[in-house]
Design a protein. Structure first.
Length: 317
């Protein structure tokens, strides 16, 4: 039911979907503007068996803009590039979640970001007129975040017990976890043992665990299965021993009903993205399909984030 409401909400605010090619406007003879965000990213078209899988990637830049790039798997992948809109200059960003208020009169994305050494929460409102840019607002959460090099969030909201966590990969070789409770954060302490790890994203959210997909500077790809239970140690599994060292951003979204993951990995040195498909994660037995570089799109963000819905869960492991 929530998925249906989400889809109807997106349709009602007029966000355009897969047909992003412009057509002449009848009145002015000018091309219709592209939308700022696609309806796929908010979840009207789920990456499940009934619909096509795609990667909806947010590109927040140091110049203070945000842009969506959708990549559909093929050889090579197909890119749909949307209009940029004003945001704020950031250093690190986490997943953007689409949501709506109870009366479905206001639609927005929300998420966390780091600017300098401070953590902020953003709420980015979508105007009813889709030709107008989204309107971001920001609230400072706290300071002391200067030593973090990657952040990611989980959001298990489809059943109880619900949970939401912020994960931070620190330059001191530890992974920090914070429980998000309403507007507050509860520090759960560092998890040591992450020397050499470079970036991460969440690929699974469940009632009992989260799973991170992580790369090392040496190019390895790992999963970190982290139980929700306090004090439980993560279970680390190697997916690939090499081939991923050039990437600074990972963007993962669910694909299919068997726990597959569609992954975009971004090389910040070249501003290029590469698309992969992964089977249900199972160590070195995980199947990984490389669709190759995504043509026609510039991934020039400070990092890159998943654009998804509050109502969808990741089930990649």
């Amino acid at each position: 039911m929530k998925l249906q409401r989400c889809a109807l909400a997106l349709a009602s605010v007029g966000l355009l979907g897969a047909a992003v090619a412009s057509t002449p406007a009848a009145a002015s003879g000018q091309a219709d503007p592209k939308p700022y965000l696609s309806k796929q990213s908010g979840g009207a078209l789920s990456a499940k068996a009934a619909g096509p899988c795609l990667s909806a990637v947010g590109v927040p830049t140091a110049a203070g803009t945000m842009q969506e790039i959708d990549a559909t798997p093929a050889t090579p992948p197909r890119a749909d590039v949307f209009e940029t809109f004003p945001f704020v200059g950031t250093r690190l960003d986490a997943t953007w979640y689409f949501a709506t208020n109870a009366s479905q009169t206001q639609f927005y994305y929300y998420g966390l970001l780091i600017q300098g050494t401070s953590l902020y929460r953003h709420t980015t409102y979508l105007p009813a007129d889709s030709t107008k840019p989204p309107v971001p607002t920001f609230k400072r959460v706290g300071s002391g975040w200067g030593s973090f090099k990657s952040i990611a969030t989980s959001n298990y909201s489809v059943a109880t017990p619900r949970h939401a966590y912020l994960y931070g990969l620190n330059t001191n070789n530890s992974l920090y976890r914070y429980q998000i409770v309403g507007a507050g954060f509860k520090a759960l302490g560092p998890i040591p043992g992450f020397r050499g790890f470079k970036t991460m994203t969440v690929i699974s959210e469940s009632a009992t665990y989260d799973t991170l997909l992580m790369t090392t500077a040496a190019g390895a790809l790992w999963t970190a299965h982290i139980p929700i239970a306090a004090g439980a140690k993560p279970v680390m599994k190697l997916i690939r021993s090499s081939g991923f060292g050039q990437y600074e951003s990972l963007i993962a979204q669910s694909c299919g009903t068997r726990g597959g993951t569609l992954l975009v990995a971004v090389d910040h040195d070249t501003d290029t993205g590469n698309q992969y498909a992964m089977s249900h994660a199972n160590g070195t037995a995980t199947a990984v399909t490389n669709y190759g570089p995504i043509p026609g799109a510039v991934f020039n963000g400070v990092d890159h984030v998943s654009l998804t819905s509050h109502y969808f869960q990741l089930v990649g492991e």
